[in-house]
Design a protein around this ligand. Structure first.
Ligand code: GDP
Length: 479
């Protein structure tokens, strides 16, 4: 649903990139995932590991001793917020380590990597340089792509249908009540528009809190970035009108705001940022969905289908296709793998793989190579065993965050415990076929409170399978 004008814009900006890229090759890595999936942690760990030569045996350029160095550099586009790496790292490694603030909008950061290439002629040319541009953006924004193909009336029908579903009653109630009170054909006024938008946003928020995830657009209603309160975000779906609608009516006002949302917010995001990525990692809080039950898993699959739909770029204009940059690798990562014992890591990967496979079938997705992995950007637990009734159970050891509760016990944020996290099913099929919920003991842990230092005096961030993820995402470009 992008237009020819968009494609021209993308082609031109990619040409401009190609021109500057002649000096230094650049790889643009998109990092996305729904709210709280782990983007901030992943990027902070990524940058820190690169800058300090972290413990990454599975990352070939480092393991082979070919990575010479990494440093932060000014991002070429000065209009986009910078990823607050230093602040996030300080939160994690300061005197009282705590989790940093999460992603709320798009941000970027450039890391310049210097490496010795493996290619036969590299002995003559000396070290090579690669710019790694990291683009962090909320996954919710991807869910807006389908809106580009929907009129206000069509979107309204879909949105109201969903709000009317039996399961949505409690959450959507106040919004639906307000709709019966306000006549969309009366004269437009901002007060009514704001009341409707506020009630609709509240419904979206509550449905996300109750389910494990939300798959409901518009994505900016929950993550407005810098646009909070702007007219383009102040609309709501309205029931279809049979008779002609006056241009001065409330209906016409919300319709034009919906169109503005598409034109001024959704389309530029896809054109200026999304269409220019080379690689993408999609972080998925799979464990949280598993823990919340089959409905949340189904919801996650729907969200993944929508996300994969965005990566379907095959239908671009053939004349412009050679200029359009394409994402050639997508990595799906189940985050926070340190919440289960390592015996479950392969299983977690298999579950995510299965979810992605069925989502990609539905999105009729073709193009980029994909892979699934279970990882922890920052590992907050260790492992141990406990004996119970003559049985040895694998446990994870960590400090639950203040206020976390499990089986009636509430934690103070200071006490370390050993927890049997539960097992993931050995074969993912069982999970999908009979819909049996997985019984997990799921608590949020504080980040590691004592960190090791390396020979250079830099902290070492512990992780799980993070090196493999990195190798898949950028390793080949450092070969
Ligand atoms: P974002 O919204 O995608 O940027 O999410 P964040 O990166 O801020 O992560 C949200 C929360 O998930 C953090 O505050 C942590 O509590 C938790 N988290 C993220 N990554 C990890 C991880 O690797 N291990 C653990 N134990 N928790 C994590």
């Amino acid at each position: 649903p992008t237009t020819v004008v968009d494609e021209l814009g993308i082609a031109l900006s990619n040409l401009a990139d190609a021109a500057t890229g002649a000096i230094t090759p650049t790889i643009r890595l998109g990092v996305t995932g729904l709210s709280r999936a782990g983007k901030t942690i992943f990027i902070t760990a990524l940058v820190h590991n690169l800058l300090t030569g972290g413990r990454l045996p599975g990352f070939a350029p480092l393991a082979e001793g070919r990575l010479i160095g990494a440093k932060l550099a000014e991002y070429p586009d000065a209009t986009i917020p910078r990823f607050a790496y230093e602040q996030h790292l300080a939160a994690l490694t300061g005197k009282a380590p705590h989790w940093p603030e999460s992603t709320r909008r798009i941000s970027q950061l450039r890391v310049v990597l210097k490496f010795q290439s493996k290619k036969w002629y590299s002995g003559m040319t000396g070290p090579s340089t690669l710019n790694l541009d990291i683009v962090d953006y909320p996954g919710e924004w991807l869910l807006d792509l389908p809106l580009l193909g929907l009129s206000f009336a069509e979107w309204s029908v879909q949105a109201l249908d969903r709000a009317d579903r039996p399961g949505s009653g409690k959450e959507a109630g106040p919004f639906l009540d307000l709709l019966t009170e306000i006549d969309p054909l009366k004269d437009a006024n901002d007060v009514d528009a704001e009341r409707l938008a506020a009630a609709f946003t509240e419904y979206l928020r509550r449905s996300r809190e109750h389910g494990a995830l939300s798959t409901l657009p518009p994505g900016r209603f929950l993550l407005p970035g810098d646009l909070e309160g702007s007219p383009a975000l102040t609309f709501a779906p309205l029931p279809p009108q049979r008779q002609a609608v006056r241009g001065t009516s409330l209906y016409a006002m919300l319709e034009s705001r919906y169109e503005a949302y598409k034109d001024r917010i959704v389309r530029p995001f896809f054109r200026d940022h999304f269409a220019r990525l080379d690689r993408q990692i999609v972080l998925v809080d799979t464990l949280r969905a598993l823990n919340a039950g089959p409905a949340a898993v189904a919801d996650l699959e729907t969200a993944l289908t929508a996300v994969l739909g965005c990566f379907r770029q095959g239908e671009t204009n053939p004349l412009l296709r050679p200029f359009v940059r394409r994402i050639d690798r997508i990595l799906f990562a189940a985050t926070k793998a340190d919440h289960v014992h390592h015996t479950s890591h392969d299983r977690l990967e298999a579950i995510l793989n299965r979810l992605v496979a069925s989502a990609s079938k539905r999105a009729r997705f073709a193009g980029a190579e994909t892979r699934s992995i279970a990882l922890a950007g920052i590992r907050a637990t260790r492992e141990g065993t406990i004996s119970e009734a003559g049985q040895t159970l694998p446990t994870i050891i960590g400090t639950p965050m203040a206020g976390e509760t499990l089986d009636g016990v509430s934690y103070d944020g200071k006490t370390e415990i050993a927890l049997f996290p539960g097992d993931l099913p050995e074969r993912p099929d069982s999970l999908f076929e009979d819909g049996t919920p997985v019984a997990l003991n799921f608590l949020r842990f504080t980040p590691p409170q004592k960190l090791e230092l390396n020979a250079a005096g830099d902290v070492v961030l512990p992780h799980i399978r993070f090196d493999r993820a990195l190798d898949y995402l950028i390793g080949d470009r450092l070969a």
